[in-house]
Design a protein around this ligand. Structure first.
Ligand code: ACO
Length: 329
């Protein structure tokens, strides 16, 4: 018998420094009009000098722990979703574990691009549902600004930095709070989004730096074409596994990659405007962090009440995708 799992709370952190489209107009050959009309992004936040992914993760984790009253020694496990770790190893999760003083917790990072939060959520849910762990801290944190070629207008205008955090635990009242979580991948599409340098295939050298292999690479149009289809199918599967219809969902929180993708998804699925979280205008694409950051904003703005059903969905590098349905508690 699976242990019922509940989502205990949400937190987030956004770096203070903002970079507007008008700032970018001074850096590359672009315009506010192009960026807004093609992506919906107006500004993004960028980590301060010396601020790294684990610093963002720590701030988001502190917020969810403060809100939920969970102390560091009550955390059994930490999963951090990121593709922009402070260093190749150790994991951001280990750095976070130390900084929080979560001395009982195991800690691991997962890399699933923009779907990272869904993967971390699914792993946390599985750990709790299996009875192996009681309480898991899930964090998604990214400093994509450090991976960008700031002379390449086709990528540097899209991304931003930030972090979100959630706690999942064994439901004390025995009521199931996580109705479903569904993941998928197609590694055949790995070259739609990737970061070639610094790994075992292209270890860092003067040559890899000269070739710009230390920058984020993306086939934007091909990614766009995949995005709606995989998110729609993931949503349908998550709804089916949860045994609920879209009408019963109170809030859909999709990955924030492009407003046109969000509009297409809502049209294809028939999601009413007020039911879909949209925060891309203020943060850009924050990769794995975008879903928990958007959820946090909608929570703070009073859009969520206990018992509400939330559908989260994402797609990203890999190619990966995932969706989940849970009850807000
Ligand atoms: N400013 C002005 N012009 C630009 C810019 C810019 N910032 N960027 C590209 N252009 C130009 C191009 O050079 C091209 O010019 P040309 O017609 O003279 O050749 C023109 O605009 C059209 O370029 P497209 O690439 O066709 O533009 P498109 O409408 O496809 O939008 C975009 C590009 C925004 C990248 C879109 O394809 C997209 O959002 N794709 C999905 C990206 C995504 O979802 N990424 C996911 C995850 S990221 C992660 O995993 C971390």
């Amino acid at each position: 018998m699976a242990v019922p799992v509940r989502v205990l709370g949400i937190g987030a952190y956004v770096p203070e420094r903002t970079l507007t489209n008008h700032d970018l107009e001074k850096m590359v050959d672009t315009t506010d009009e192009w960026i807004v009309s093609r992506t919906g992004i107006k500004e993004r936040h960028v980590a301060a000098d010396g601020e790294a992914t684990s610093d963002l993760a720590y701030r988001a984790a502190c917020q969810v722990m403060e809100r939920t009253g969970v102390s560091a020694d009550q955390i059994d496990f930490i999963v951090v979703a990121t593709v922009t770790a402070d260093m190749q190893f150790p994991s951001v999760a280990c750095l976070l574990q130390d900084r929080l003083g979560a001395h009982r917790a195991g800690a691991v990072d997962v890399a699933a691009g923009c779907t990272g939060f869904l993967y971390a959520f699914h792993l946390a849910r599985s750990l709790v549902a299996s009875g192996v762990q009681k309480r898991v801290l899930v964090v998604a944190a990214e400093c994509l600004s450090r991976m960008l070629d700031w002379t390449d207008r086709s990528t540097c205008v899209l991304l931003g930095d930030g972090a979100g955090a959630m706690i999942l635990e064994a439901a004390p009242d025995g009521v199931e709070g996580v109705l479903s979580s569904h993941l998928g991948s197609d590694g055949g599409l790995w070259d739609l989004l990737y970061f070639p340098g610094g790994g075992s295939r292209n270890p860092t050298s003067h040559q890899t730096v000269d070739q710009g292999l230390h920058f984020f690479k993306m086939n934007g149009q091909a990614t766009f074409k995949q995005a709606c289809g995989v998110m729609e199918r993931a949503c349908q599967q998550a709804l089916e596994e949860a045994g609920v219809s879209l009408d019963q969902i109170d809030l859909v929180v999709p990955h924030q990659a492009n407003l046109r993708i969000l509009n297409q998804l809502s049209e294809r699925m028939g999601i009413p405007a007020g039911k879909m979280a949209v925060t891309i205008d203020r943060y850009g694409n924050t990769s794995a962090a975008s879903v928990p950051m958007a959820l946090n904003d909608y929570y703070q703005e009073g859009h969520l009440k206990p018992g509400d059903l939330v559908l989260i969905v994402s797609f990203g590098a890999g190619l990966t995708w995932g969706a989940a349905v849970f009850r807000w508690s």
